[in-house]
Design a binder for this molecule. Structure first.
Ligand SMILES: [Mg+2]
Length: 220
């Protein structure tokens, strides 16, 4: 699957705000590989029968959703560490936090191994730099993970700043996170352009503050 970028008009703009997940790279194959690696470690270390794979993955999802419901709109609502902690607590495992730590590490290592930068994103970011725009990634997630992704994608030379929901205290489409991003660049909303994949979070959130916004489309 490719991510199709529309033509983004940066005329007169001083800042480009860009979403990370499903905009700079395609999320689904990374998540699938990451969760698979976690299942394989679980099967090995806990001697789980192969038939438990679906139950393991569904239970993980249930704990992820519970963390999201409890902590939304804070950045930590996306935490895999807390989801794995819930899983191992519920199962009555010893030192559930230690297991959660190992699974969270494996999850993100495996995820980042599979992640590849989208060609359209590389072109967009290169154009923004050529045009002298400040570039800031605006993203719902814990900071440490999103910082790692940008570095691993090879975008640290073209993305000047990152504004996460962990840092802002609220997820998109909250104005808190867009205003935090704008502050980092020194640009006014009318001088900034937003690019992302979510109509509700990226496009509506940015337009509500007066930014120009462009949506990328998932194809194939
Ligand atoms: Mg996204």
């Amino acid at each position: 699957m490719a991510i199709k970028f529309p033509h983004v008009d940066m005329e007169g703009a001083r800042a480009l705000l860009v979403d990370i997940d499903n905009t700079l790279y395609h999320y689904d194959p990374c998540h699938a590989a990451a969760l698979q690696a976690c299942w394989e470690m679980f099967r090995r270390e806990e001697s789980a029968p192969p038939g438990e794979e679906e139950a393991f993955k569904q239970a993980y999802r249930r704990h992820r959703d519970a963390v999201t419901r409890r902590l939304h709109p804070q950045g930590a609502c996306r935490s895999r560490l807390l989801a794995f902690q819930g899983y191992f607590e519920e199962g009555g495992y010893a030192a559930p936090y230690a297991r959660a730590l190992a699974y969270d590490r494996l999850y993100w290592e495996s995820f980042i191994d599979v992640m590849e930068p989208e060609k359209g994103a590389q072109e967009l970011l290169a154009r923004a730099k050529e045009g002298g725009l400040k570039v800031v990634a605006v993203t719902d997630m814990v900071a440490a993970v999103q910082f790692r992704k940008i570095v691993a994608l090879g975008f640290s030379s073209v993305i000047d700043f990152i504004a996460t929901s962990e840092e802002a205290g609220a997820e998109k489409p909250s104005p808190l996170i867009f205003n935090l991003a704008l502050e980092k660049t020194g640009a006014a909303a009318s001088e900034a352009v937003m690019v992302g994949d979510s109509e509700e979070k990226d496009i509506a959130g940015a337009r509500a503050l007066g930014l120009r916004a462009y949506r990328v489309l998932h194809e194939g």
